[in-house]
Design a protein around this ligand. Structure first.
Ligand code: PDD
Length: 280
């Protein structure tokens, strides 16, 4: 198992960053999670665009060009035996410097990447769906930046697991769903409209979200990007969630209330099938 740390391919067990890395001390960094299929990174360009926006928002200089990153990815995947199914994790922090809040004048960004092979998502879970619980969204006001500051997400996900649910849907101060802890949230209304929150500053604009929006347009499914409330979600005909590691999963219970007839809905099924086909 090989990882990449600041220009070096190293044994994963020996991959290290300094204790005064600002990622460690301040969560002063950003990340991306790429899907690997048949030894190749999927949707690299879209992830790079989001990465560029995240870095710019935090004023961290890009440590290398996209072309160079692509070469590192290819080499790292090759050195990890080109998994058929897996994830590539990339993290860039502002770098190592004596601890003080303001930007250090000469820090060099830290860049680390790992590759992990994964078992494919259980087809039974994709068919039968998952439960979610709702929790207040206590994150900062810029979840659109893919920052490594994920403590509220960690706490909410753990609370969901302990409640026997797969994910937590987070609620803003008006009771509207923002997104999940590591996925975007969707519903289908009684009229058959596909609804998801607009990608403003309150959510991460998921790559899977963008792909599913495209697939919906191509299938002539009417889509509306607007906030929806928890009450509307519970009364929805269908609900599902999307993410690089979650794919397209039906949501069949929210806070214990059954969605629709408790089975994957037709629009969810169509979008899931189109999404899975794209992965082949
Ligand atoms: N999470 N919303 C949040 C808060 C996320 O962390 C993620 C991804 C998504 C979905 O984005 P995408 O479709 O680009 O994966 C939405 C990654 C997978 C993670 O933190 O592991």
């Amino acid at each position: 198992h090989i990882s990449y740390v600041n220009g070096h391919y190293v044994r994963h067990a020996r991959a290290r960053v300094h204790i005064e890395d600002r990622g460690f001390q301040f969560a002063d960094g950003v990340y991306e999670v790429f899907a690997i299929r048949r030894g190749r990174v999927l949707d690299a360009e879209r992830h790079f665009e989001r990465l560029t926006r995240s870095l710019a928002a935090l004023r961290i200089p890009a440590p290398m060009s996209r072309a160079a990153l692509q070469m590192v990815f290819a080499e790292l995947i090759r050195r990890n035996n080109s998994p058929a199914n897996g994830v590539l994790y990339l993290q860039i922090t502002r770098g190592v410097a004596p601890r003080t809040h303001a930007f250090p004048p000469r820090a060099v960004p830290t860049l680390v990447a790992t590759v992990n092979s994964l078992r494919p998502v259980d087809p039974e879970v994709l068919r039968a769906g998952v439960s979610v619980i709702s929790l207040p969204d206590i994150r900062w006001r810029r979840p659109d930046i893919k920052s490594v500051s994920l403590l509220p997400n960690v706490l909410a996900k753990q609370q969901a697991l302990e409640a026997g649910a797969y994910e937590a849907w987070l609620l803003d101060d008006s009771g509207m769903v923002t997104e999940g802890t590591a996925s975007n949230a969707w519903i289908v209304t009684a009229d058959g409209d596909l609804v998801t929150r607009p990608a403003d500053m309150s959510i991460l604009n998921g790559i899977t979200r963008l792909v599913v929006l495209e697939l919906a347009h191509r299938s002539n499914i009417r889509t509306v990007e607007r906030p929806f409330s928890l009450a509307e979600a519970k009364a929805a005909k269908e609900a599902f969630l999307t993410g690089t590691t979650s794919l397209v999963k039906p949501v069949i219970r929210i806070d214990g209330a059954t969605i629709g007839d408790g089975r994957m809905g037709t629009i969810t099924a169509a979008l899931q099938a189109a999404y899975l086909e794209r992965l082949e």
